[in-house]
Design a protein around this ligand. Structure first.
Ligand code: ZN
Length: 252
């Protein structure tokens, strides 16, 4: 835990420099051109005129606080490592798990108020292999990206693509098991693949150090990343079946 806190403090001091904040917000605006109009040093502007603060003025948050009370800029505290993992993620390195609830509810709706479901559309997952309908949001063109992911995985050899079906779920209005915060599944932007080929830190003994495990093929991970989805297998608190649409973390 101490190691994790030290790492986060280091990242936080980097982000305190305004150029780092500016470039993170540039990536955010570039990733969601349909929704976001621009930013300045302190605020994010939406196309409908909504203005949101990018920070909350709370310095030195712990890892637990970042998971539960992330600001918009906190979402960028841990860079997402694109490409093959060369070693297990460092302690408490969970890039993408710090989510600002106001930002995501504004973008995709609040599922508890039934605002997400009207944007869900159906697509056929792995039409040549599995061929069942799944539901995903059409906001930001997430459905188009997931349809492209499906076609590319469908073209992989059977020994690889068997990890991608049957899926364990997409849209689900629920909270995250360990934090109680809204799950990205409730925004309609996430998919869980085949649990028979998946590992989730929370399913294992979790009263000490987390021991990394992964059986998800890199070819599948690469396809998702190419279409704007991050992978839960790059988290210290790993969830290797989980992919979610977070193009801001994959921008160059
Ligand atoms: Zn998931």
């Amino acid at each position: 835990m101490l190691v994790g806190v030290t790492i986060l403090a280091g990242v936080s001091s980097l982000l305190a420099q305004s150029d780092h904040v500016g470039s993170a917000l540039d990536r955010l605006v570039a990733a969601y051109p349909d929704a976001l109009a621009g930013h300045d040093a302190n605020t994010l502007r939406w196309r409908d005129g909504t203005v949101m603060p990018v920070a909350d003025g709370v310095a030195d948050k712990t890892f637990a606080e970042l998971l539960r009370h992330a600001s918009i800029i906190d979402q960028f505290r841990i860079p997402y490592p694109r490409g093959p993992l060369t070693k297990p993620p460092p302690v408490d390195s969970d890039p993408g798990r710090f989510r600002n609830t106001a930002f995501f509810r504004k973008m995709y709706g609040d599922c508890q108020k039934r605002e997400v479901a009207p944007h869900l559309v159906s697509l056929t997952w792995l039409p040549k292999t599995w061929g069942k309908a799944i539901r995903i949001t059409s906001v930001n063109g997430v459905d188009r990206q997931l349809r492209a992911v499906s076609a590319e995985i469908d073209a992989l050899p059977q020994t690889i693509k068997r990890a991608a079906y049957p899926i364990a779920g997409t849209y689900n209005c629920r909270t995250v098991a360990d934090t109680g915060e809204p799950s990205p599944h409730g925004y309609g932007i996430a998919i869980d693949l085949n649990t028979a080929f998946s590992d989730y830190w929370y399913w294992r003994r979790h009263d000490g150090a987390v021991v990394y495990r992964n059986r998800m093929p890199q070819a599948i991970v690469a396809i998702f990343e190419n279409h704007g989805f991050i992978w839960g297998g790059k988290w210290y608190h790993y969830d290797t079946m989980h992919f979610e649409y977070r193009p801001e973390l994959l921008q160059p």
